[in-house]
Design a protein. Structure first.
Length: 237
């Protein structure tokens, strides 16, 4: 059994003294694991950092086996943003959430396209926080836990939307919230990504993670939110 594709390294761990096991996210195969012989060497270890775009060839005697990867690096994204602490935290959060949420060997083409675009934006030094918020919303939607933000669940109006119901995932307007406003989540506004991530984080943890039998999100995602919160406070927002 063998196949070849391009994808992004999501994780790397030692396997024996000289090899490594990596997980890659590809458009046609989804999240896939395999052994890289010599992956612990000085030459290969930097190539296998999370976020690196690679060309991979997977081989195994049987499809259900772990198999081995031959890896060629295409773009070392982490190396490009090493000096930007928050961007690096975002890259690690993307990789961690993909491992956390996606089943192995199941393609998710929409998530793959969006993930590659976001990781490329991070590597290019672009203005990425709003795009990251949109990526988490797409992740929820593609996995069956999407938010309904088109109109108020109470009044039916599409103007003045300021909240999201934690029970239904539907938008609520200022007028529709009334005395319940303090119990609602903030509307995901791209101008204030840290606030929006509190809402997507709620549904990632209390809906998606709960459905997966887990009780908390990856630490990488928590670190990212803390950094964005600090940036927002420093900017006086």
């Amino acid at each position: 059994m063998e196949w070849r594709d391009q994808g992004t390294v999501l994780s790397q761990r030692m396997h024996g003294e000289t090899a490594a096991i990596i997980e890659v996210f590809t458009p046609d195969r989804g999240r896939y694991a395999g052994v890289v012989r010599g992956g612990a060497s000085r030459r290969m270890a930097p190539v296998l950092q999370p976020g690196t775009r690679v060309d991979v060839e997977w081989r195994a005697r049987l499809d259900e086996h772990l198999g081995t990867f031959r890896v060629e690096p295409l773009l070392a994204r982490a190396a490009l943003i090493m000096s930007d602490r928050t961007a690096l935290a975002a890259l690690n959060a993307v990789c961690a959430l993909l491992i956390f949420t996606l089943p192995e060997r199941e393609p998710h083409p929409r998530i793959h396209i969006a993930s590659e675009a976001l990781l490329d934006l991070l590597a290019a030094g672009g203005d990425w926080p709003a795009s990251y918020l949109e990526w988490e919303m797409l992740l929820l939607e593609d996995l069956g836990f999407g938010l309904d933000l088109k109109q108020c669940a109470v009044t039916g109006d599409s103007d003045g939307l300021e909240y999201v119901s934690p029970r239904s995932g539907r938008a609520v307007s200022r007028d529709g919230a009334g005395e319940w406003a303090e119990r609602l989540l903030p509307f995901p506004d791209p101008q204030f990504p840290a606030r929006g991530l509190r809402t997507t984080g709620y549904f990632l943890e209390h809906r998606l993670a709960a459905a997966l039998g887990r009780d908390h999100l990856p630490e990488a995602r928590t670190r990212l939110l803390a950094l964005l919160d600090k940036q927002q406070k420093d900017a006086g927002q």
